[in-house]
Design a protein around this ligand. Structure first.
Ligand code: AGP
Length: 610
């Protein structure tokens, strides 16, 4: 996720772009840049770090001009640095981009052969070189953009300037948001409405597959085949704060709803359905050689990321038959773990800054272990301390309660399990194809689950008076029960515990009394009958069952007070789907109670102290 903005009109562009970027900073904040076009050409200013560093740089020598583009970055390809910051330039062509170009490596090789010199590690830089490649061969800019889009695979929202073409911003969209704003002899283009609201409420959403030209007095939009498109702008009734949250009441709710995109982006360029293969970026460097250079895997993490690690153990052990040990980083680092050159250590962390996880990484590196990190923040401390990375591409997570980062971690771990399974010969090509086909469907299935939000809201209203809530599940969904309980605890302050359903009789069933809500995850997998028996046991003691089951399951419907059903899925992808109603349940309980959902008491987004 990144924020992009463009302005063309009667005022100085620099302050408008900087103001817009400030309002888009929630979309990314590891580097930022602007490009201003005036009679001398295009002047680019970029800076690593948050926007205030770019502002300081610009203050020293503000670029003048009435047309420009800006970008605030959330790194996906290439660490956060000034050279990787947007805008990127090749000759006269200057580009800002939000999205992921999946075939960037192949295009980069092609362009290098044609004599193009690259100055960054980003996927975006191929776009400006590709457009220039076509303009150098005589194509008008718009044609060059369209030809480039035909060669690109992936997602993009693009704003492009051409030094030879003053007064025009070229735009294109596929998969990432882009919205135009209309003013008085000035027009705007941005990733999201907050950047536009101080200037106009008259907007037009650009659709996938559209390209266009923005000038100070109009916006022309076309489909890629050149057909002119005409659509009426609409008026946005939002205030700036609502807009920042995309119309959602809280960042957490927005992030819950962003999960289909987070999963799509985490799979992008790695799941290759056409070939039936999985590619794992630089992580593959750790698996070189005939035999894998490690005998076991240690996963270390805290909180929600630890729950993802627990799911990872099920995936990797089942798919690759490699022993996986999982530990809380705060325990691991103090318990003298047996770790050495033949151990692969996988730290999992959304922020990449969690103190205990980071300290554990330093410790295992000293002992000679190789480290493959699964982080959401590119270039974070844990990522930098690792030998290789498998980044989740969930975009910035602002709400303290982790939601989209969690399911993106599950997606990364499933890809890793399948990759290793294939690598050691435990997974054959047809099994892998089946899994890939199923994984590709997850974003769509997630959307279907999220459509049940109003039903979850009603269930939450009925759960409000409970002083504690029990979550049960078996197998790969046991960690999802733990995660569901953590979500409820941390944002609603209601006591909640997750249990492996088979453990109930060993103690926890004593907690069951008339009316105690028991959230049971009971999909149609190999543990189904057993969880069903556990439901009977707690029901007989008066529990109020809230079941997360599979569509059309009558047996579960009869036994439960409420049921939220999931689309049919195998045990591999069910955890990604089952997480959503649990996040929504916690959210609505907290919202009804009126707690500070995005910043719950006593908690911080990133725990950088022990
Ligand atoms: C999750 O909702 C929590 N906020 C917390 O448990 C979090 O997952 C934990 O602090 C680890 O953070 P990390 O993923 O950034 O390392």
């Amino acid at each position: 996720m990144c924020g992009i903005i463009g302005y063309v009109g009667r005022r100085e562009a620099t302050p408008i772009l900087l103001d817009g970027l400030k309002r888009l900073e929630y979309r990314g904040y590891d580097s930022a840049g602007i490009a201003i076009h005036n009679h001398r050409g295009i002047n680019i200013k970029r800076s690593e770090g948050k926007l205030n560093r770019l502002e300081a740089l610009v203050r020293k020598d503000p670029p003048e001009g009435r047309i420009g583009i800006g970008h605030t970055r959330w790194a996906t390809h290439g660490r956060p640095s000034e050279t990787n910051a947007h805008p990127h330039r090749s000759g006269d062509i200057v580009v800002v981009h939000n999205g992921i170009i999946e075939n960037h490596a192949e295009l980069r090789r092609f362009l290098i052969k044609k004599g193009h010199e690259f100055s960054s590690e980003t996927d975006t830089e191929v776009i400006c070189h590709l457009v220039r490649y076509h303009t150098d061969r005589g194509a008008p800019v718009m044609d060059a953009i369209k030809m480039s889009l035909e060669q690109i695979r992936g997602s993009y929202a693009l704003v492009i300037m051409n030094a030879k073409d003053p007064g025009k911003l070229y735009i294109a969209k596929h998969g990432n948001p882009l919205v135009a704003g209309f003013g008085d002899r000035e027009n705007f283009i941005a990733s999201d409405i907050p950047a536009l609201l101080p200037y106009t409420k008259k907007v037009l959403f650009i659709e996938d597959g559209e390209v266009g030209v923005v000038t100070s007095d109009k916006l022309d939009i076309f489909s890629v085949d050149g057909t002119r498109i005409s659509r009426e702008p609409e008026r946005i009734p939002w205030n700036p704060l609502m807009a920042e949250k995309g119309g959602f009441k809280h960042f957490m709710l927005k992030e819950i709803h962003e999960q289909p995109t987070a999963i799509e982006d985490t799979f992008a360029g790695r799941l290759i359905p056409s070939k039936g293969t999985i590619a794992l970026d630089d992580a593959e460097s750790l698996f070189a050689g005939k035999k894998l250079p490690f005998d076991e895997i240690d996963i270390i993490a805290c909180g929600t990321s630890w729950h993802a690690g627990l799911v990872g153990k099920y995936y990797i052990e089942s798919l690759a038959r490699i022993p996986v040990y999982i530990d809380l980083a705060s325990e691991y680092r103090y318990r003298e773990p047996i770790v050495g050159k033949r151990t692969l250590v996988i730290p999992i962390s959304q922020s990449g800054e969690t103190a205990d996880t980071l300290a554990a990484v330093h410790m295992v590196r000293e002992k000679g272990a190789k480290v493959l990190s699964i982080c959401n923040v590119v270039g974070s401390s844990i990522a930098r301390a690792s030998n290789a990375h498998l980044y989740t591409h969930a975009g910035p997570e602002i709400g303290v309660a982790s939601t989209k980062a969690f399911t993106a971690q599950l997606a990364a771990l499933l890809m890793l399990g399948l990759y290793l399974g294939r690598r050691v010969g435990n997974v054959d090509s047809s099994f892998l194809r089946e899994r890939i086909d199923e994984m590709v469907m997850v974003p769509r299935q997630m959307k279907a689950v999220l459509e049940k939000a109003s039903c979850v809201k009603k269930i939450a209203e009925g759960t409000l008076s409970a002083s504690h809530v029990i979550y049960i599940a078996r197998g790969v969904n046991f960690p999802i029960a733990l995660e569901g309980a953590l979500k409820l605890k941390e944002i609603s302050y209601v006591h909640a515990e997750g249990f492996a359903a088979g453990e109930l009789k060993h103690g926890p069933i004593a907690l069951i009394d008339r009316g105690v809500p028991v959230v049971a995850i009971v999909p149609k997998d190999s543990t189904y009958e057993k969880v069903l028996s556990n439901i009977e046991e707690v029901r007989a003691r008066g529990a109020n069952i809230i079941a997360i089951s599979t569509n059309g399951d009558r047996q579960v419907a009869e036994k439960s007070s409420h049921m939220i059903s999931l689309p049919k899925a195998s045990w591999f992808t069910t955890p990604l789907l089952a997480s959503l109603p649990l996040q929504l349940l916690a959210y609505y309980v907290a919202d009804h109670k009126g707690t500070d959902v995005d910043q719950p008491r006593n908690l911080a987004k990133s725990v950088t102290v022990e």
